[in-house]
Design a protein around this ligand. Structure first.
Ligand code: GLU
Length: 516
């Protein structure tokens, strides 16, 4: 089997928007496929019609596209193992359910919902903590194992509702090897006789998943830890269907945990702590509730990918920034950890900043331009690009550019009062006037030159240049912090700088803040 082609699939159910954990699963599948020169497939698992949510499939596909996780086979793309939507494969599953019944590994069950409920109640009363349809209860429930053969035939002939359940062996140890967790052993008595085929003519997740992985020649099943409890049932299905030889290798990914405390990260944590858990905005078609997504929150897809990559996988060194190509290069399933990964949204923002500042200024200027129009600001492309070059060093998101850098376009209306109150003194008017006069006459209005002029003037006047630096920044920009001050002044330019210094001297006079 070693020369088997690597084929992996991301197999979401279209039951709602894609949680970031879902995209991480897709990403790890994608990276593994690319690394191994294999195929990455999207399969939509939509057999549970009760849980179908309109728009969810389109949302999933758009999310993958935005994140750059292109699948080589799937809905809309096609491929030789299609269709890739389980609802369109409906006819393929029945024969396998029948085969399992014929071989005695599955059976018909006729129980009504009320009867199932009654059984659960009875077992609970008898002290069972998790009552289930299993090798004990199936003995007295209404199924083709417990009922006489002719009654079963009669019921089938009458077209009575039934489901097909797997017959889990009574007393067996089921072993499965997981690439991330090693050997996992489960006692069959802990499993229930899961429904494989439903009365609506649809297979359940378990049957459809195994049949499709087999038919699509999937080599590795890489999915979330929440599916680990289902894996032993899947192993039995491979065995009963005679496919053990080509059973995929399993890799169950660790949970993504809340930033604070234990447990799986949920949408509620995001709402509570103020960060998105979905990839794109989602407008719930039933409740009308709007949930925010990473894309709309201003994350760059490269940053999102990097954030997700590090949630459960560690490179061999301390490197933190990985492009998709670098991830493909470095990724191995062996370096995926068993234990859950805490989601850290401060770190998520850090990642976005790292990627934002690598964007070229022309791109950023283009993205930022529409915001300027809202404020009736018109500047040259050259100027805007220079401004972007400075602001990007400080910004987490593009949407912060205006609040961080509006002073590049408008004169300050407010000045940081605490800095003025603390730093403005009686020397200021003379000092800043002297600096300004020299700025006016310099032929070389560059960051380096401006700094020299400023420092020399201070020294000549017996002042410490450092004492007035932050204040100077506030006079020009209104803000106490920002990009490197001399570069900022260079970009703002001579004429505008002169005006701003004069305006500030006039405003604060000799006493500073109390004048205003
Ligand atoms: N349809 C399952 C899901 O929604 C797929 C699990 C698997 O990959 O086997 O996650």
């Amino acid at each position: 089997m070693s020369d088997r082609r690597i084929r992996v699939r991301f197999a979401p159910s279209p039951t709602g928007p894609l949680h970031l954990g879902g995209v991480r699963t897709a990403l790890y599948n994608y990276l593994f496929a690319k690394k191994m020169g294999g195929d990455f497939i999207l399969r939509i698992e939509d057999t549970d019609q009760n849980r179908f949510v309109p728009g969810a499939e389109g949302y999933i596909i758009e999310s993958l596209k935005w994140a750059g996780l292109n699948f080589s086979e799937g809905p809309g793309v096609g491929g030789k193992y299609g269709p890739y939507r389980q609802s369109e494969r409906k006819e393929m599953y029945r024969q396998y359910a029948d085969q399992l019944v014929e071989n005695g590994n599955a059976y018909y069950a006729f129980d009504t919902n009320e009867e199932l409920e009654e059984m659960r109640e009875r077992m609970t009363k008898a002290g069972m903590s998790s009552p289930k349809y299993d090798h004990i209860t199936r003995e007295y429930m209404k199924n083709s194992l417990s009922l006489p053969k002719d009654e079963v035939e009669q019921r089938l002939k009458n077209g009575e509702h039934y489901v097909i359940r797997i017959k889990i062996p009574r007393n067996e140890e089921i072993k499965l090897h997981d690439v991330i967790r090693g050997w996992v052993t489960v006692k069959s008595a802990e499993l229930d006789d899961k429904v494989l085929f439903k009365s609506d003519g649809m297979p359940t997740y378990h049957l459809a998943n195994v049949v499709d992985d087999y038919l699509m020649q999937i080599s590795h099943v890489i999915r979330g830890e929440e599916w680990l409890p289902s894996a032993p049932t899947h192993v039995l299905l491979y065995r009963y269907l005679g496919w053990e030889e080509v059973m995929p290798k399993f890799a169950h990914l660790p949970l993504i945990l809340k930033p604070d405390g234990n447990g799986k990260l949920s949408k509620r944590d995001g709402d509570r702590l103020g960060f998105p858990v979905f990839t794109l905005n989602w407008n719930d078609p039933v409740s009308g509730e709007l949930s925010s997504g990473y894309r709309e929150a201003g994350y760059l897809p490269e940053a999102y990918i990097n954030i997700l990559a590090m949630l459960g996988w560690h490179p061999s060194d301390n490197k933190e920034l990985f492009s998709m190509d670098e991830l493909v290069e470095s990724f191995t399933l062996e370096r995926v950890s068993k234990s859950g990964a805490k989601f850290d949204f401060e770190k998520a923002k850090w990642y976005n900043h790292q990627y934002l500042k690598t964007k070229d200024n022309a791109y950023l200027a283009n993205e930022f331009k529409p915001t300027l129009a809202n404020y009736d600001v018109e500047v040259s492309d050259e100027y805007l690009q220079k401004v972007c070059g400075l602001i990007k060093e400080k910004a987490t998101f593009l949407k912060d550019f205006w609040s961080l850098g509006s002073y590049f376009f408008l004169r300050p209306m407010h000045y940081d009062e605490s800095v003025i109150a603390k730093k403005w003194d009686a020397n200021c008017p003379a000092f800043f006037t002297a600096v300004n006069e020299k700025f006016k006459t310099t032929a070389n209005f560059t960051a380096a030159e401006l700094q020299v002029i400023y420092e020399q003037t201070a020294t000549e006047m017996n002042l410490k240049p450092g004492n007035y630096m932050q204040l100077f920044r506030v006079l020009i920009s209104g803000q106490a912090a920002g990009p490197a001050v001399w570069e900022m002044v260079e970009v703002i330019g001579k004429t505008e700088t002169n005006i701003r210094i004069e305006t500030a001297i006039e405003k604060f006079g000799v006493i500073g803040i109390s004048v205003s």
